[in-house]
Design a protein. Structure first.
Length: 94
């Protein structure tokens, strides 16, 4: 998520819909919101996030926690989705 976004306003409506929250930040792109700040915002909204320094690490942990019938929702920025897209397609991330 970019630093210029209303993180609380974006994530608050999603929190009642999820069992776990995995927080990271994208590597490239303009002004990413530091994962520590996003984690603090989410914690202030009543959900305890799991924080990771790298997006592919967060994705690996999120996938490992999936159960049959679960869905994985990736939000925050197209920069993040772009960074993870190869891994989501089953290819290695550089």
């Amino acid at each position: 998520m970019g630093r210029d976004k209303d993180a609380g306003g974006i994530v608050a409506p999603l929190l009642p819909l999820v069992r776990h929250v995995y927080v990271t930040q994208y590597r490239d792109g303009r002004a990413p919101l530091p994962a520590t700040e996003l984690a603090r915002t989410i914690a202030g909204l009543g959900k305890t996030p799991r924080q990771y320094g790298a997006a592919d690490e967060a994705l690996a942990h999120a996938r490992a926690g999936l159960r049959a019938g679960d869905r994985l929702l990736i939000t925050g920025s197209l920069y993040l989705v772009g960074e993870l897209y190869p891994r989501l397609q089953g290819r290695a991330v550089r």
